[in-house]
Ligand binder design. Structure first.
Ligand code: GLU
Length: 446
């Protein structure tokens, strides 16, 4: 049950944003946690901080026309939601996926506000993307799309204004084309305008690995808090994109055994442990499908069209997409011996799934906290760009590890402070919210 004031705020969010179900879900999840904060801080309600946080500062929707390899004109829709800039320039990725519409961009942008706040770094929250599907498109098509996308977006972004990066469907290749077009149109080599850049043109060490590594560091902290570790643990990962691949890499370095990962076609089960080099070859170099993995490794099996969450494991790292773990899947995971969950993806667990994990006493690290290492390392990239410096891999990874350790401890101590020990959801939402709310109060009614 929502606190009375929050319930009328939530009703307004539903009314003002019809049909945007993922956005509703993301707002509800935060509102469910912050009731006790309002009791302690009446000034937040007086200044309508929550109502203001739920309304994006600016929403941009634009046409993206481009020509495919057959010479046909294609039209996509582009989005950038500049949600909150109380703590710094809007910061958040771009997602290129056919499912993208305003409700997805707003859920991601809303989450990003609190995630970015949790990092303790000076970044506001925003998100963008397009319903463009890069799958099956040639490099030239992707380049033409990115150039057209940036030809509109460039006027809205800037190193002090709004700093995009990657998300699903936007990796190093796309970031390169986007930055190239920005540089060309503006005639400015403004490295800090976008993050996730390649190392040869202003990118930062560890940015590619950061979301996956950071998620595993976070889970490692949760396990340590319970007196255990990754050593010898059986781990299941969903996805096989950038987040999943580097989560698998770090789990293997810490002594865990990743037995399964997935893509949109199904999952692969490899009881000897996922062969990371083969996975990288298929998913990164060849941009292929996971069934190719089983074809090239005798003892592995590919299971078509089913959810990877039917595979039992002690640690689960959902790193594919939103709402992939239903209540039913969560119950099966718990029955299979689950100890900890670290969300590499944004909002991968449904509200029913979260309830199952929490009632079973699973160490459950929500995405805002567990996957914050990606955007945190983006902020470190901005820092290096601003000082025209570049740090070593070792130093950057150490910074990432410290940041994840810090986020973990703050989630736990905030949960303790509010009488909900071990509740990382409450800890993350309350701690992330408080910092933004205090900055908004300090900045006046803007
Ligand atoms: N898209 C990533 C996220 O969900 C990274 C954003 C960034 O680096 O700005 O946090």
């Amino acid at each position: 049950m929502l606190h009375e004031k929050l319930s009328s705020i939530y009703d307004n969010v539903l009314r003002r944003n019809p049909g945007e179900i993922e956005f509703h879900q993301a707002v509800r999840e935060v509102l469910d946690s912050i009731g006790p904060v309002l009791g302690k801080h009446p000034e937040y309600a007086e200044s309508k901080i929550i109502e203001r946080i739920c309304e994006p500062e600016r929403q941009i929707i634009f046409r993206v026309p481009w020509m495919d390899d057959q010479g046909q004109v294609q039209i996509n829709r582009g989005f950038r939601v500049e949600f909150n800039s109380a703590l710094g320039p809007y910061k958040g990725g771009l997602r290129f996926h056919p499912s993208v519409y305003l409700g997805i961009v707003k859920f991601l942008g809303f989450e990003q506000i609190f995630k970015n706040s949790l990092t303790g770094l000076p970044i506001g929250g925003g998100k963008g993307g397009s319903d463009f599907d890069p799958k099956g498109r040639s490099d030239r098509e992707v380049m033409r799309f990115c150039q057209s996308f940036m030809t509109e977006l460039y006027r809205h972004i800037g190193e002090y204004t709004d700093v995009p990066a990657g998300d699903t469907g936007v990796g190093g290749r796309e970031i390169g084309y986007l930055f190239g077009q920005y540089k060309r149109i503006t005639n400015r080599y403004e490295s800090g305008v976008i993050t996730g850049k390649g190392l040869v043109y202003g990118g930062a060490q560890v940015r590619t690995e950061a979301t996956g590594y950071g998620c595993v560091f976070f889970v490692d902290e949760m396990l340590k808090a319970r007196g255990t570790s990754f050593d010898g643990k059986r781990v299941v990962v969903s996805g096989s994109g950038n987040v999943a691949v580097y989560a698998i890499e770090k789990v293997e370095q810490l002594g865990g055994l990743v037995v399964a990962c997935s893509d949109s076609s199904g999952y692969v089960l490899d009881e000897k442990g996922i062969d990371l080099e083969l996975l990288k070859q298929i998913k990164q170099a060849e941009r292929g499908r996971l069934d190719a993995y089983a074809q090239r490794r005798d003892h592995a099996t590919f299971v078509s069209g089913r959810s990877v969450w039917e595979v039992p494991g002690e640690v689960a790292l959902p790193s594919a997409t939103q709402n992939e773990i239903t209540g039913e899947a969560a119950a099966a995971m718990v029955a299979g011996g689950l100890v900890a969950v670290g969300e590499g993806a944004n909002m991968p667990t449904t509200p029913e799934g979260i309830k199952v994990f929490q009632e079973a006493g699973i160490a459950y690290g929500p995405g805002k906290a567990a996957n914050a290492g990606g955007v945190a390392t983006s902020a470190l990239e901005m820092q290096q760009n601003a000082s025209r410096d570049s740090w070593t891999f070792e130093f950057s990874e150490q910074r990432l590890q410290e940041i994840m350790h810090d986020i973990h401890d703050r989630c736990l101590s905030t949960a303790d402070e509010y009488g909900m020990p071990g509740n990382y959801v409450a800890g993350a939402n309350i701690d992330g919210f408080r910092r933004v709310a205090d900055a908004m109060l300090a900045l006046g009614l803007i």
